[in-house]
Design a binder for this molecule. Structure first.
Ligand SMILES: [Zn+2]
Ligand SMILES: [Zn+2]
Length: 135
């Protein structure tokens, strides 16, 4: 059995413990991720909701994805760390932020999305498959 994926916000009030393996690891350069991260992209790990234990009372902010579907960003009420994201249309999956992991080195990005809104100063691994928007 592999080690769980654990992590949370900067102050520890919001935590997760995930038994499953990642479905995908994605660097996203969309404007929503830029606004929320304060820099050129956000790094997301997609997991199945099944097998994930989330504790703590997150503040939530709904945003409308390009698809028209609602995506909800969950961040800590105390320290403000962006930590999780859930999707109204696909409640079976959710994402955690790579840097919120207890062991962030486990993050290994597989693709880059929304390069159409990427910035020249936000340099990501050129070997990764890149998509203008969502693949
Ligand atoms: Zn916190
Ligand atoms: Zn994004």
């Amino acid at each position: 059995m592999t080690q769980n994926w654990t992590g949370g916000c900067a102050c520890g009030a919001l935590r997760y413990d995930i038994a499953g393996e990642p479905i995908a690891m994605v660097d996203c350069q969309c404007r929503d991720c830029q606004h929320e991260s304060g820099t050129g992209h956000a790094s997301h790990i997609v997991f199945a909701r099944d097998g994930a234990r989330i504790t703590g009372d997150a503040a939530q902010f709904d945003m409308r994805a390009d698809s028209g579907n609602l995506k909800t960003r969950h961040f800590c009420r105390i320290c403000g760390s962006p930590t999780l994201m859930t999707f109204a249309a696909t409640p079976d999956i959710f994402t955690v932020r790579a840097a919120s992991l207890d062991e962030p080195e486990r993050y290994q990005p597989q693709i880059v999305t929304y390069t159409a809104s990427g910035h020249a100063w936000d340099c990501l691994d050129p070997a990764l498959p890149r998509f203008d928007r969502m693949p």
